[in-house]
Design a protein around this ligand. Sequence first.
Ligand code: SIN
Ligand code: CO
Length: 394
Amino acid sequence: MQAERRPAVPTIMRAMMTTLLGGLSPRQFLEEYWQKKPLLVRQAVPGFTGVVSRDTLFDLACDPDVESRYVRYQPDTPGSTWSVEHGPQTRGRLRGKKHPWTVLVQGLNLWVPAGDKLLHSFDFIPQARLDDLMVSYAVDGGGVGPHFDNYDVFLLQGIGQRRWQIADQDDRSLVEDAPLRILKNFKPAHDWVLEPGDMLYLPPHWAHNGIAIGECTTYSIGFRTPTAQELGSEFLAWMQERLCLDGVYSDPELELQADSAMIGPKMIDQIEQMLNRIRWTRKDVAEFVGEYLTEPKSHIFFEPPEKAISRKAFERTVKQQGFALDARSLLLWSEAGFHLNGEPVEFDAADRDMLAELAHRRSLKGGQAMSAGLLDMLYIWYEDGFGHPGEDHE
Ligand code: SIN
Ligand code: CO
């Protein structure tokens, strides 16, 4: 499916920064709620009914390039109360009437510009922590069952109503042999019905259960929480490519062994000393983090322009209309410099502020001076499908 291009930004999203956190400033939200306790915001996005129609949502769910899950609850079916079908979905499945069901579409921000806008309205949390925008559509009674997630989530109600029950329970035991993670002993402590535009923030590990009241859609703004194990193994793989150790194993003092099959302690000593010379610096860590966090997910492919405009026409357009990163692109910076889509960015010091603006706002306004070096780089990004001429904000 081709991603929709150049949206008109819904007025709704421009106005919402004052209401999004229910009158709290982003700073207050971070201090009091983020990763600490849930927050229910009535009318976080007044007038919000979603960023896609039901038809578009179903088209996405049936598209093989789009990640989706169809979850059905069949209380009268012994042994298989819950079932999950991964996408692409079929239209027939999405007409099911017998049992409550829901369909969840991942990465909506990649396909629908207004979804990308919605996701980035949460940029008061660093972009390095943002994951993606998921949308779920459910028929009456549909949901994914009581569960907990390992990440923070903002659950924003689109059309219809959804009842959310939540609890901060220690008992995280799961139903065995279920095709999705369902809590065995869910004991709701709070119970709310969310209306269109209402939003519930949940920290990681809070148990929750969302049940559709009539047909409804829910937009989930999800965050990344890489595990130490994942970071460790990715870092070691990254280090492996940069490893440069000299020396060769040698044993001029080799003594006769009674048993030739034994790996002797002196051999282990020497190898331990060699391996103890593996070192990394903070600079290595910062470079790894920049590359790792901006690396596109494996199913993401950029679409270079079918017929690229010339470098000259590009310069004219960008100077007038600006430049915007593609929804699939991630440009971050740190003490290790800038990283775009898993690669370090080489740039002139004079272009630093411009790049920082592009990273932060994800677009550059037209009508400002840009160096030839910066334009050359943006042109290469354009040819790779990493960004497009024309700014894409307010
Ligand atoms: C849903 O939208 O039904 C599920 C969202 C969640 O529980 O994280
Ligand atoms: Co959840």
